[in-house]
Write a protein that binds this ligand. Structure first.
Ligand SMILES: C[S@@+](CC[C@H](N)C(=O)[O-])C[C@H]1O[C@@H](n2cnc3c(N)ncnc32)[C@H](O)[C@@H]1O
Length: 241
């Protein structure tokens, strides 16, 4: 299916930032209790990316499910305020139409990265077809390298041991099961540096066990508004001796 043929409905969340309802998955892209708070707490704080950017440590991030780009823009915000470069690879199989992305309200804080959003929208508008497949680079700023890997994430080439963090943000395991399997987590494990962290919002037992079975150390932490707990999975440093 083409993303232009789908009826997406924007919805305002509790912190004033918009999310979208997906009729395909029958779920919203973010928590209705606050999309921006969720992005900051679960992904930027959970993986340690916010602290790395505040400490001016160049950072490599992989995101599973780019969606509206909210996690990316919030990362760009901290990169910009602390002049820290970052490299972002996003996996997405149904990139949203630019008219939908343009209409979304990302809130006051992200006004600071509006020029980056505009460059991304320009890039989106100029894609060769509505829903392309393949690897595309989007030049949004001198300090940000954004690579979009469009197509099914389970078949994307992602093994390279170079990421500090993974934002694992698909829809829920019930409706988007292919991105919560042992085999997919094993690919994500391969993409991380030792001590790298994967953050996700589901604490289901099946998810924790799948992460542990491929080698992650898994910890629950307190959640953002509306969610009691979320998950951080760390790739341990292997001592071979
Ligand atoms: C919860 S939304 C992501 C929200 C996003 N991180 C944001 O900040 O807006 C989940 C995303 O995963 C994408 N997705 C679902 N299945 C996928 C697959 N097999 N491969 C790649 N992307 C997929 C959906 O199209 C959707 O954009």
């Amino acid at each position: 299916m083409n993303s232009h043929q789908i009826e997406y409905t924007p919805q305002q969340t509790a912190d004033g930032v918009d999310t979208l309802y997906s009729p395909i998955y029958n779920q919203t892209y973010h928590s209705k209790h606050g999309a921006l708070r969720e992005a900051e707490h679960v992904f930027l704080v959970g993986t340690g990316v916010k602290q790395r950017l505040l400490d001016r440590q160049p950072t490599r991030i992989l995101e599973v499910g780019f969606g509206t780009g909210l996690n990316f823009l919030l990362t760009a915000y901290y990169s910009q305020t602390h002049r820290t470069p970052f490299h972002y690879v996003a996996l997405e199989n149904l990139i949203l139409p630019d008219e939908i992305l343009t209409a979304l309200n990302y809130g006051e804080q992200l006004q600071a990265v509006e020029p980056i959003r505009q460059k991304f929208l320009w890039w989106r508008r100029n894609l060769p077809v509505a829903n392309p497949v393949g690897e595309f680079r989007s030049d949004v700023s001198q300090h940000i390298r954004l690579v979009m890997k469009l197509g099914d994430a389970t078949t994307s080439e992602i093994r390279n041991e170079s990421c500090h963090a993974i934002y694992h943000d698909p829809f829920s395991p019930t409706v988007n099961p292919e991105l919560w399997t042992e085999s997919f987590f094993s690919q994500l494990y391969g993409a991380l540096k030792p001590e790298g962290k994967l953050a996700t919002y589901s604490v289901k037992g099946t998810v924790r066990r799948a992460l542990q079975s491929v080698g992650f150390e898994v910890q629950k932490r307190h959640g953002p508004p509306g969610k009691r707990e979320v998950l951080v999975a760390t790739k341990p440093v292997r001592n071979e001796h």
